[in-house]
Design a protein around this ligand. Structure first.
Ligand SMILES: *[C@@H]1O[C@H](CO)[C@@H](O)[C@H](O)[C@H]1NC(C)=O
Ligand SMILES: *[C@@H]1O[C@H](CO)[C@@H](O)[C@H](O)[C@H]1NC(C)=O
Length: 465
């Protein structure tokens, strides 16, 4: 691993791409509408959490339509947020500039080892250097190479497909025969946590450890295993670091670990994660750190009414208000408003669900009933703040703001009615979307994105009359 970078030499191509995608475009709370858009899945890592992973990728602002591919050369090139790289590229984080860089990857050590093995050389493997994923993929490629030569192409393709779905036990046996020891995920996580927790590790090594850890904790079981040896608390304490990058990457790991994982969410609240996240949002910190912290906050609050109560008690709404009102962080406004939308609707759904199904957990409903979100929002000026955000020029930002205005309607109706600017803005949006919806119809688009925006705008205008 090059000392200055987050080397991907240990990572399989999919993991590199995935980690990169997650890392380069961050992290915010969108509702889960486009969770099915993302097709990039890792067949070796399928789990019940796969759908949540997709969701969190969607939250992270990852729109598969928008992925642009950068083709690396021999030279390091700057990787822009949202750009993807071909499988097998070498990616590092330049800690001087804070940007991610990419270049062509030369054949990795493991592949060379396996090639050497084929030629009858001894295998030189340090068990700390490879993960089971690396070994699986390398073995698959190795075998595929061998079969390609000896058989027809379609047979090789079949074999390749079979390789991908081979059970890990079988692979372990084969590697045992090669005298390779496979590290389990928990061993890897312990190693990464120790690296991060060690006072002898450099800043680069600590960040690299967190970066790698983030990949593992997407799996629900892994995130829970992190609790078993005190790893979660170590990462939570990382939020107290004086290094902004450590705060940022600790939040990156936490956001992934919390996501729809109640056990981890509960431990995190007990471990003081909520206060620490809010302190970072309320103090002067780089925008990149605040983005990831906001993402971690969203993951912690979602579907966890107890955390939502604590959030309100700790003055979370004031913290978020400063965030959307300060020049340096106002770009986060739409994410914040979307979080509020999610919380408001989540509580509504809990009430509805309780009415429909008699057997829904009354405890959970009691918890939601103690989240006094709407009165807080009204008192603290969120009716006005949300209405003002409608002036944003981007359609998708307006879409989020419109849905939040709708969710707040019952609470904010009188405020909206007293706001002449809001009626003017809605009026001009109505005119704009009438034109765009008509064009859309002419082009035979039956998805009707603008037609839906138009319907929201018109619906709101009608309500405010
Ligand atoms: C992290 O380091 C501290 C202090 O060196 C130590 O007390 C603690 O046990 C370590 N935690 C883990 C999980 O390794
Ligand atoms: C971490 O920071 C919080 C608030 O910023 C403080 O209350 C707490 O004592 C700190 N914890 C450690 C372990 O330094």
């Amino acid at each position: 691993m090059p000392p200055q970078g987050l080397s991907s030499a240990r990572m399989t191509p999919l993991r590199v791409l995935f980690a990169l995608l997650l890392a380069s475009c961050f992290t915010f709370c969108l509702s889960c509408q486009n969770q099915n858009k993302f097709a990039l899945t890792n067949p070796e890592k399928s789990s019940p959490k796969e759908s949540e992973r997709k969701e969190s990728r969607a939250e992270a602002g990852l729109d598969s339509d928008a992925v642009e591919v950068l083709h690396p050369t021999e030279e390091w090139q700057v990787l822009q947020p949202g750009q993807a790289v071909p499988a097998g590229s070498h990616v590092r984080l330049n800690l001087q500039t804070g940007v991610r860089e990419v270049k062509l990857q030369h054949e990795d050590k493991l592949q060379n080892n396996l090639k050497g093995l084929k030629k009858g050389k001894r295998l030189d493997i340090n068990t700390n250097t490879y993960t089971s994923q690396d070994l699986k993929s390398a073995l698959a490629k190795f075998k595929e190479g061998a079969e390609m030569k000896s058989s027809k192409e379609d047979k090789a393709r079949q074999a390749k497909v079979k390789q991908l779905f081979r059970p890990i036990e079988e692979l372990k046996k084969e590697f045992d025969e090669l005298n390779v020891v496979i590290e389990t995920d928990i061993q890897i996580m312990v190693r990464l946590i120790n690296k991060f927790n060690s006072s002898s590790s450099s800043l680069e090594e600590k960040i690299a450890a967190l970066f790698d850890l983030e990949y593992y904790v997407h799996q629900m079981d892994n995130a829970q295993d992190l609790l078993s040896f005190g790893g979660l608390q170590v990462v939570i304490n990382g939020l107290n670091s004086t290094e902004p990058l450590v705060k940022e990457y600790a939040a990156f790991v936490l956001g992934a670990a919390f996501s729809s994982n109640p056990k981890v969410q509960v431990e995190a609240i007990e471990g003081g994660a909520l206060q620490k996240l809010l302190v970072i949002l309320a103090t002067e910190q780089p925008l990149t750190a605040k983005k990831k912290v906001l993402f971690a906050l969203c993951s912690l609050l979602r579907h966890f009414p107890y955390a939502q109560q604590q959030f309100l008690k700790l003055g979370g709404l004031q913290v978020l208000r400063s965030l959307v009102q300060e020049k340096s962080t106002e770009v986060l406004a739409v994410r914040v408003v979307t979080l509020l939308y999610d919380l408001v609707t989540e509580k509504m759904f809990a009430e509805e669900e309780a009415e429909l199904t008699q057997d829904s957990s009354p405890e959970k409903l009691q918890q939601y009933r103690q989240v006094h979100l709407l009165p807080g929002l009204r008192e603290q000026g969120w009716c006005e703040i949300t209405a003002n955000l409608l002036a944003l020029p981007e359609h998708d930002a307006r879409e989020k703001v419109l849905q939040t205005l709708g969710a707040l309607l019952a609470t904010c109706r009188d405020r909206y009615r007293q706001d002449p600017q809001l009626s003017r803005t809605l009026g001009s949006l109505q005119a704009e979307y009438q034109v765009l919806a008509a064009l859309e119809l002419q082009e035979g688009d039956d998805e009707g994105y603008f037609r839906e925006l138009l319907a929201s705008v018109s619906g709101l205008l009608k309500e405010l009359r």
